[in-house]
Design a protein around this ligand. Structure first.
Ligand code: SAM
Length: 284
């Protein structure tokens, strides 16, 4: 290759200087005027956070941790060059990026078209804090904790079970439900995928068909509560809510159920291993 270049160069040099013809002058002028393709640079300023792209191996891990399927609508707030959106579209999901920088939006649309994903991957130019996120079932994010904390009230008001995956940075006071680190040979910096599942709001007082009562307090996915049976009461143990799935233990009984707007229903496992169904309704 080097040899070819040097032969060609020496031939041109040997031919001596020549005056450009008309067509060559026009082509040179066009080349000077043609806009250079936009190339973002890592660390460049953004409205609320700089642009740094998520490495492909971490993106795969994030989308797999979220369990993205073709049924999902995946949203990336601050979508950069569109890579997370395009990766989600490749999994069959409808995917939407919201990006403030219009040049990154143009670049993302072109990348989606180049990947043949333009029907499922779309991009909105705008502020992520004002975007309509009501359709999302999954968020794939790479933001700072302060950005995530600002988004938290809106994210937690979405349908229980909505998944949020993020690159390395999390919320200040909401621990992830799961996390996974990309192997060192595939990723050197920012290699953690974090997953949160929007929990159903189950705090309050529940009355079971058995007549027993449960009074729950909740901080995100962590539950505390008091089980009341007749005149006795005891704290529940090993309690948590994951999306709409609620589980807790009382003495040697284990309750695993599913929350809906109307009721909490599920299966109770008794001390002797037998099971029976339970149903509880919320007391106003
Ligand atoms: C750390 S980069 C992440 C890019 C992409 N999500 C990824 O994982 O490769 C954050 C992106 O958010 C964009 N951004 C910053 N503030 C924003 C805002 N208020 N609304 C929308 N996008 C914003 C930046 O331009 C940048 O592209």
């Amino acid at each position: 290759m080097l040899l070819c270049i040097s032969l060609e160069t020496s031939e041109r040099l040997a031919a001596g200087p020549s005056l450009p013809r008309d067509g060559q002058v026009a082509a040179a002028a066009d080349a000077q005027q043609a806009p250079r393709p936009y190339r973002p640079s890592i660390g460049q300023a953004g409205k609320d956070v700089v642009w740094v792209p998520t490495p492909p191996a971490l993106l795969d891990t994030m989308l797999s941790l979220a369990g993205v399927t073709p049924e999902d609508v995946v949203v990336d707030l601050g979508s950069g060059d569109g890579r997370a959106v395009i990766a989600a579209a490749r999994l069959g999901a409808r995917a939407i990026g919201v990006e403030f920088n219009p040049e990154l939006v143009t670049l993302s649309r072109q990348a989606a078209a180049d990947a043949g994903m333009q029907d499922r991957a779309s991009f909105v130019q705008g502020d992520m804090f004002e975007a309509d996120i009501s359709q999302a079932t999954v968020f794939a994010l790479y933001l700072l904790p302060e950005n995530l904390d600002r988004l938290l009230p809106r994210l937690q008001s979405l349908r229980p079970g909505t998944r949020i995956v993020a690159n390395t940075f999390g919320f200040t006071d909401w621990d992830p439900d799961a996390q996974e680190r990309v192997r060192a040979e595939l990723c050197t910096d920012w290699c953690d995928a974090l997953l949160w599942i929007v929990p159903a709001r189950v705090a309050g007082s529940w009355v079971f068909d058995s007549g027993e009562r449960l009074v729950l307090t909740q901080l995100h996915q962590v539950l505390h509560g008091e089980w009341q049976s007749g005149s006795s009461s005891e704290p529940i143990r090993q309690a948590r809510v994951r999306g709409t799935a609620v589980a807790f233990s009382v003495g040697e009984r284990r309750f695993e159920g599913d929350w809906s707007e109307l009721a909490l229903t599920g299966v109770e496992r008794l001390r002797d291993g037998s099971t029976r169904r339970f149903r509880a309704t919320r007391q106003p």
